[in-house]
Design a protein around this ligand. Structure first.
Ligand code: NAP
Length: 332
């Protein structure tokens, strides 16, 4: 085990779009565990669109400040333990930040099963899979035969949302950037239709894909795409508000949606925001369902694994620009 701890610091808070120049690679000493703590070695760092949102200020977690080790969740292995609930070799999902080793209070950590491939613990059995599951089934309440639309559909959460919609007997329409991602959604993942939000005729494509309107819209992006979907909602439709990636990579919200209150009233829409941890009490059932769908081949898992700790900044910038298909992570 190395005594050196490589870390990536957010050197400067971005004003406008994030770039790799906002980060700096540095080296510190590997931390040691105090009483009640473990030291973990980071194996795979999860790249999340919300990493950029945390730079805009406090959200459901504290804001990141200039000079901080970049925040982020990771799959990590215990390498030193001074706590009764975890032993050397145990796997955990932890808020390690972008560093090779972290000392953390053990009582906040839960041991994960050592399944193969390990990366599934960050994708389908991690935050992405659970967010898709609870956001769609608890907030969206889809019924067989209904039309479910999801944005950022080729990303980690969205690609699972559309597949769960199909498993539940719904029609699934994915909104993603570019025709190639759209073809992947329909040809490989079984979505019924895909809509390119970057195309000039986006709204026409959306109307054609949902000729009878939208029953459930799973919103990952906010902004103009949310506005377009609001106009396409059926009466008594449901909107699950998961995130707003179109608003993250800048300083302040810049676009839409307009006309929201009137549309919500006249269409009697239910609009519900959620954070995946709201449903922690129901994780066991969710994981059992996700595992059975993966085992039966009904749910395909797409992962985008980039090798090399030093590639984290570029990997996050690329995610915000739509480089990824499925769950992006960096192997340390
Ligand atoms: P992801 O979907 O894997 O990747 C982000 C995708 O967003 C990119 O691939 C890109 O695909 C798309 N995108 C980027 N800019 C966009 C824009 N201006 N308009 C429309 N699409 C844009 O990322 P993720 O980390 O899984 O996050 C997806 C969403 O889930 C985020 O809003 C995140 O905050 C949210 N989330 C919420 C929770 C919760 O508990 N509520 C938990 C996890 C994640 P294109 O090529 O299609 O543009």
């Amino acid at each position: 085990m190395s005594d050196v701890n490589r870390q990536i610091v957010l050197e400067q808070l971005p004003q406008g779009p994030l770039s790799p120049d906002h980060f700096r690679l540095t080296e510190g000493e590997r931390p040691r565990a105090a009483d009640g703590e473990v030291v973990v070695k980071t194996l795979y760092v999860s790249l999340d669109a919300a990493n950029r949102a945390w730079m805009q200020g406090a959200t459901y977690r504290s804001a990141i400040n200039a000079g901080d080790v970049m925040a982020g969740g990771a799959l990590a292995e215990v390498v030193e333990s001074r706590a009764p609930n975890l032993a050397v070799g145990d796997l955990v999902f932890a808020d390690t930040g972008w560093q090779e080793y972290a000392a953390l209070p053990a009582k906040r950590l839960a041991k994960l099963p050592r399944l193969e491939p390990l990366t599934h613990l960050l994708s389908v059995y991690g935050v992405a899979g659970l967010t898709a599951y609870f956001g769609l089934l608890e907030c969206g309440q889809p019924k067989a035969g209904e039309t479910v639309v999801v944005s950022a559909a080729a990303g980690s959460v969205g690609s699972i949302v559309g597949q769960i919609a199909k498993i539940k007997g719904c029609g699934a329409v994915g909104i993603a950037g570019g025709a190639e991602k759209g073809r992947w959604l329909t040809d490989e993942l079984g979505f019924d239709a895909a809509v390119d939000y970057k195309a000039a005729d986006f709204k026409r494509q959306l109307r054609e894909a949902c000729p009878e309107g939208i029953d459930v819209y799973f919103d990952n992006v906010g902004g103009d795409v949310l506005e377009a979907c609001l106009f396409g909602m059926k009466t008594f439709g449901r909107i699950a508000c998961c995130g707003a990636v179109s608003q993250y990579d800048g300083d302040a919200p810049r676009h839409g949606p307009r006309g929201v209150p009137g549309l919500i009233v006249t269409k009697r829409l239910s609009v519900r925001g959620f954070i995946v941890s709201d449903f922690d009490d129901h994780r066991t059932q969710a994981l059992a369902d996700l595992q059975s769908w993966v085992a039966s081949g009904q749910l395909k898992v797409q992962e985008d694994v980039i090798d090399g700790f030093e590639n984290l900044p570029q990997a996050l910038v690329g995610l915000l620009h739509g480089e990824n298909r499925g769950k992006r992570m960096v192997k340390v």
